[in-house]
Write a protein that binds this ligand. Structure first.
Ligand code: CDP
Length: 788
């Protein structure tokens, strides 16, 4: 007999429900959507980084027999649709009207009977450009003679985007003045790209009779997109339905609104037929939301015996041609303010200057909570540099300076209230798994032998993230508060449907959210369906990014289930003719206190809630609840990572030999899914540290426009991950869970870089910038700084 393991009734390891369709090729991604009469849209993009548009001739393209519409920026301008708002309060050209401001910018689009014809017709559009000098070097963007990029903004005279600061400048300066040791280093976190497996796309279907728009789109935030389309295009919000189907990875890339989505909507309005737009890989890499691109001046102050006193940094942030960041309005620098990391220090100050350049707009939070990856990288490199300066083991320096477990809740010097933690315990667990002392002994022996065959490096990082944006009082996007909702309905036969406002892109929400309900109600997760990604059928919320689903919508799901349970108690009391307080809950049933087996199951209660007969006085029929959850605080997951690398001194190739990751994300709903999230994030981190890079030449040509140039790691480049965990629940989340989706992407780059620099210690190397490709490592070994 075959027995099927249906998994636990609640939290625990359980195979992903959604994988039944994915492993059978039955996922329904954007490009799987085909509607009767559907047309195809292709976008004409600028070949140059900066140019004035002198003319756009579309006559030949319009004459193509399969073309149904050709639309230019000038045509959009007539309808007031040429510019759209970005999620960070800037505007971005849907189609260029005056100038192009980055290579790959949208200039015109064609709608045709098929994708090939649409692409062919692009070739028939004749655009005359007056090429202008581009701004490519972020350090030159504010030079008085730098070309002005944003002359669309009235009164703008330079390429300045915004300034931002956090912490206490004067206090920090005073601490630096009296510090025995100060270490300074410029660190570049280069431009990288989330590069999801599935590129962006949309199918727009505007019904001219009903005046209703249905938009299938690869978005991580369907509700927010709906609101913005309504505000921008003037379509009443209740006449817009955004459906986010199965999504092949987002990592922040699918948070912004892209011109292509708007073009698809306009294309459908103009032609009266459904219109599909799908990016190709190059379009995705050169024109959609990039990440990072920070030049950071780091400073760390300490006592000679290894007490960290203060951190200070100045960031020069490259936001490209338009500020396309998606970050809560109060935090233009994202959550970079959490840069004091995991350490109990006296003072901290950070200032940031963001500028425009002739590059694709951004930068999105690539698998991190609004710029925490950059902050963690800065701090964890500076701590290692300090350890080197003091001649201390980097683990020892961290252990001496961690926030102690008895200091939680801990208010950081930049005002963040960390909820819970026991950092030393997590670090000790990582040291145990790695066999840290043995590794150091092996390294010492290798160096003593001096055979020059291989350079072994050991890198450590310890990160604290702030995820689950966020309390509405502090966090909104374009005025929309960052709460999230869910609605739970229990059917008469005891199965249930949970509708959530967050949107999975592969993280397994259909499983874990069902498990949350299962844990609270005792209904098996197989009997709880999770509906998401459809604005007509889910409650309002701001979507999935920054690991916020579990901290926000997950909390909403638990609270909804508990409300259902409270109502079930009243109904059960009526059924058993006892007082509600005389009932005892064990998962899935209420029994009369002290008499096990005397009561009713959740299924029986559900039937009664919907069935014939009276319910107790004041109790309405049905077994439903709806919740919009406004979190009290963010959650603060953390982790200790240890990376071991071997560098071939002949070729300067870095091989990651081992990687130990001990994560603490509080209560884990599904350990298997959490491990999967960590494996993926670690792979991302190794990619960023060693190979991923969106570069530009001096003319502003993007050099990372294909997966031949933009390298992402494969199974060959990463080791078997060694994971461990500690569990320190969040005190304010209903089940103590903290977000984890992005922890590993945040924590791993500094561990890898620290390992490489450690390996290069015999060469006197102090620092080299990512990506640590063989050529960069080789340059460092020759004593040369990383080229800009
Ligand atoms: O917002 P996003 O889904 O990307 O991130 P998350 O909330 O950290 O969740 C990622 C996946 O891990 C989801 O399926 C979560 O339900 C699951 N998870 C978990 O099982 N236990 C946790 N403590 C946190 C997340």
């Amino acid at each position: 007999m075959i027995t099927v393991d249906r998994g636990p009734v609640g939290h625990g390891r359980m195979l992903r429900k959604e994988d039944r369709r994915f492993v059978r090729g039955r996922g329904r991604y954007l490009d799987d959507i085909t509607l009767p009469g559907m047309l195809h849209l292709a976008v004409l993009r600028s070949p140059v980084a900066h140019a004035r548009i002198l003319s756009v001739d579309t006559l030949a393209a319009e004459a193509h027999p399969k073309v149904r519409a050709v639309v230019t920026g000038a045509m959009l301008a007539e309808r007031g649709l040429a510019w759209m708002p970005t999620l960070s309060g800037d505007v971005q050209a849907v189609l260029a009207t005056d100038k192009v401001r980055f290579q790959g910018q949208e200039v015109a689009f064609v709608v045709a009977e098929d994708r090939y014809a649409a692409r062919d017709a692009l070739e028939l559009i004749d655009v005359e450009y007056d090429v202008l000098e581009p701004v490519v070097d972020v350090r030159r963007a504010l030079d008085p003679d730098a070309p002005l990029i944003r002359d669309d903004v009235a009164g703008k005279a330079d390429n300045h985007c915004f300034d931002w600061e956090t912490g206490d400048a004067a206090q920090t300066a005073a601490v630096f003045d009296r510090a025995e040791v100060v270490v300074r280093q410029e660190l570049v976190f280069p431009r990288v790209h989330p590069a999801p497996l599935e590129t962006c796309g949309a199918v727009a279907d505007y019904d001219r009779v009903e005046e209703k728009l249905t938009l299938w789109a690869t978005t991580q935030a369907p509700h927010a997109h709906r609101t913005l389309y309504s505000m921008f295009a003037g379509i009443p919000e209740h006449r817009i339905r955004v459906i986010s189907p199965d999504i092949g990875g987002g990592f922040g890339n699918k948070v912004p609104i892209y011109p292509g989505y708007v073009c698809a909507i306009v294309g459908s309005m103009v032609t009266g037929r459904p219109v599909k737009w799908t990016e190709d890989r190059t379009e995705n890499l050169i024109a959609s939301g990039f990440a990072r691109d920070y030049v950071m001046q780091g400073e760390i102050a300490a006592t000679r015996d290894g007490r960290i006193l203060a951190l200070r940094s100045h960031v020069l942030a490259d936001h490209g041609a338009f500020n396309g960041t998606a970050a809560p309005r109060k935090f233009p620098g994202g959550f970079f303010g959490v840069f004091t990391g995991s350490y109990d220090i006296e003072a901290a100050y950070c200032s940031m200057t963001a500028v425009h350049t002739n590059k694709a707009p951004g930068g999105v939070a690539y698998a991190c909570s609004f710029r925490i990856a950059e902050a963690v990288y800065l701090t964890e490199r500076m701590v290692d540099l300090l350890a080197d300066e003091l001649g201390l083991d980097p683990v020892e320096l961290r252990l001496r300076n961690f926030i102690r477990s008895d200091q939680f809740p801990y208010t950081s010097r930049t005002g963040w209230v960390y909820d819970s933690g026991d950092y030393a315990a997590t670090m000790q667990e990582a040291l145990r798994i790695a066999g840290y002392d043995e590794l150091r002994a092996e390294q010492a022996a290798q160096r003593a032998a001096g055979d020059g065959q291989s350079l072994m490096g050991i890198g450590v990082s310890f990160f604290t993230e702030a995820v689950g944006a966020g309390p509405r009082k502090d966090m909104d996007m374009l005025g929309l508060g960052m709460a999230d909702g869910c609605e739970l309905r229990v059917h008469p036969t005891g199965s249930a449907v949970l509708r959530i406002s967050v949107q999975t892109q592969g993280q397994g929400h259909e499983t874990t959210f069902a498990q949350l309900v299962a844990e609270e109600l005792g209904i098996h997760p197989e009997n709880v369906d999770v509906v998401h990604g459809d604005t007509d059928n889910t409650p309002y919320g701001l979507g999935t990014y920054g690991s916020r689903s579990t901290p926000v919508s997950g909390a909403a799901a638990v609270i909804a289930a508990r409300r259902v349970r409270d109502k079930a108690r009243l109904i059960a009391a009526g059924m058993l003719e006892v007082a509600p307080e005389d009932l005892e809950w064990t998962k899935g049933r209420f029994d009369v206190r002290g008499v096990p087996g005397s009561g009713v199951t959740i299924e029986q209660i559900a039937m009664r809630a919907h069935g014939a007969g009276d319910l107790p006085e004041g109790v309405e029929g049905g077994l439903d609840a709806q919740v919009s959850y406004n979190p009290d605080n963010l959650t603060y997951p953390y982790g200790a990572y240890i990376c071991v690398v071997d560098i071939d001194p002949g070729t300067a190739v870095v091989k990651v030999r081992r990687f130990v990751a001990v994560d603490d994300c509080g209560t884990r709903i599904n350990e298997m899914i959490v491990e999967g999230q960590i494996h993926g994030g670690l792979t991302d981190g190794v990619g960023m540290a060693l190979m991923e890079f969106i570069g530009y030449d001096e003319d502003g040509n993007c050099l990372g426009g294909s997966l031949m140039d933009y390298l992402i790691p494969t199974a060959k480049e990463v080791p078997d991950w060694e994971t461990g965990m500690t569990v320190t629940p969040s005190p304010h989340h209903p089940i103590g869970a903290k977000g984890v989706g992005e922890s590993a992407t945040v924590g791993s780059p500094p561990a890898v870089v620290n390992a490489v620099i450690d390996a290069l210690a015999p060469y006197g190397v102090r620092h080299a910038d990512m990506p640590l490709t063989p050529s960069r490592v080789w340059e460092a070994m020759q004593g040369r700084a990383t080229p800009p």
